[in-house]
Design a protein around this ligand. Structure first.
Ligand code: 5AD
Length: 432
């Protein structure tokens, strides 16, 4: 199974390369030395990951060639819009028209759209978001793998099912051998080009252990690794980058400092943001975002979170619903509505139309069985599939009843590819 279309290097200038895919040219940054025009490569998230032997590349391209243009055509048909369809308030139409003309909206205007309630108006908002997604980013969809290697966490986040609040949860910590084996399977057997290594803030994974693991992974595999182990420390970020990490997945959870302080007693938003900014400066690909529907969070907070995320120039936006966990202090609160989450995804697309890769999170899929399809039609264009060994998956219980908890990687791949193809999307990230 393969999640990337091989590209052909057109030109090389230092570490900057231009890669061509069926006539489309994309810029990428090369982590591979000695690239030459004509080489076939895999690129992910704007990084060239590895060179592929020409015969292997040509074989894969031959399979893709047939479907690639068909998918683009299907996507084009599904993402067409007419603002004359349906009934919408004049202000809504005016704002959506402005977005389609390529003009940006103010905070108040985005808030107005975030709060749209009528089904007709929401439908239009989603269609505009989907149109922009196709216009700027085409039909490519990132499909990364995520490996949850430890559910031990010393933090006390009020909403989180693997925080210290959950005393009854069996804790696990994968051994280095288990992690390396899971990475091997994900890359070699399933063909993932990008993997997120996620854990709680686990003192058992010291910086030196993580560094050694990353070096070993990079020695064995050409794969784009995101680290997602919470606040590791600003200096540690540099060491992890040097060891081979290229992405950081770290949500700021909420950009409202007092809400942040209430939900994370003893911790500060400033420290979290400092990590994200530092990662950006080091050169990491950044994926960040916030929880949607937290107790005490207002629509105005959510727009601010979207704008805060945008100011951090992330390659990927990760916004998902808060889901109450019975073993946490927030057990009695309600999750947000399907519409609330879809509106937020669409507004993210409107706020950052050209660059955003927007995740449909597993939490959203847990909230609603149609979340993936609806999210993809409302501006989103990425997923993460869970490659954590099944024996540990249930214990990574950040919220209850996680979608795909019992699904093998094969099943997840099959249903994802099926869905993507039905919507005219190519299960690949062509780079930026
Ligand atoms: N509902 C939804 N998402 C949650 N997370 C933690 N607890 C919950 C919950 N109850 C998210 C946090 C964290 C990510 C790994 O999981 O946003 O960044």
């Amino acid at each position: 199974m393969c999640y990337a279309i091989p590209g052909r290097v057109v030109s090389v200038e230092g570490r900057s390369v231009v890669v061509e895919y069926f006539g489309e040219r994309k810029k990428a940054y090369s982590d591979v030395s000695c690239l030459h025009p004509g080489d076939y490569v895999y690129a992910q998230g704007g990084f060239v990951i590895r060179v592929i032997p020409p015969n292997e590349a040509e074989e894969i391209l031959a399979i893709w060639k047939e479907t690639f243009f068909e998918l683009q055509e299907l996507d084009l048909r599904l993402s067409g819009i007419s603002l004359l369809e349906g009934r919408a308030h004049r202000r809504t139409l005016l704002l959506l028209e402005r977005v389609l003309e390529g003009r940006s909206l103010s905070r108040e205007e985005l808030l107005y759209l975030l709060e749209l309630r009528s089904p007709e108006e929401r439908e239009l908002l989603y269609k505009v978001a989907n149109f922009l997604r196709r216009k700027y980013l085409g039909n490519s969809c990132c499909v990364h793998g995520i490996l949850e290697f430890s559910n031990v966490c010393h933090r006390n986040c009020l909403y989180c099912g693997i925080s210290v609040h959950n005393r009854g949860l069996p804790r696990y910590r994968m051994t280095d051998e288990e992690i390396l084996e899971a990475v091997r399977e994900a890359t070699e057997r399933f063909g993932f080009q990008a993997l997120v290594l996620q854990s709680g803030e686990d003192p058992g994974f010291t910086l030196s252990r993580l560094v050694a693991l990353l070096r070993e992974i990079r020695r064995r595999h050409a794969v784009l690794i995101f680290v997602s182990c919470g606040e590791v420390g600003l200096e540690a970020l540099s060491e992890l980058y040097e060891a081979g990490a290229r992405g950081l997945l770290l949500r700021f959870e909420t950009g409202n400092p007092s809400l942040y302080a209430r939900l994370h007693p003893g911790f500060s938003l400033a420290s979290r943001l400092a990590h994200i900014e530092q990662a950006r400066n080091i050169g990491y690909i950044v994926a960040t975002g916030a929880l949607l529907g937290l107790p005490g969070q207002t629509p105005s907070d959510i727009v601010d979170d979207i704008l805060l995320a945008r100011s951090l120039s992330p390659e990927m936006y990760s916004f998902g619903p808060f889901l109450p966990h019975p073993a946490t202090p927030l057990e009695r609160h309600s999750p947000p509505s399907l519409e609330g989450v879809l509106n937020a995804l669409a507004v993210i697309r409107l706020a950052d139309p050209e660059n955003a890769r927007i995740l449909v999170t597993t939490a959203f899929e847990t909230l609603h069985p149609e979340a993936r399809r609806l999210g993809l039609l409302a501006g989103a264009n990425s997923f993460m599939l869970n490659v954590t060994p099944l024996r540990y998956r249930r214990s990574y219980a950040i919220y209850p009843g996680r979608a795909h908890e019992d699904e093998s990687v094969e099943e997840q791949i099959r249903s994802t590819v099926e869905l993507l193809l039905s919507l005219g999307r190519a299960p690949t990230d062509l780079g930026v």
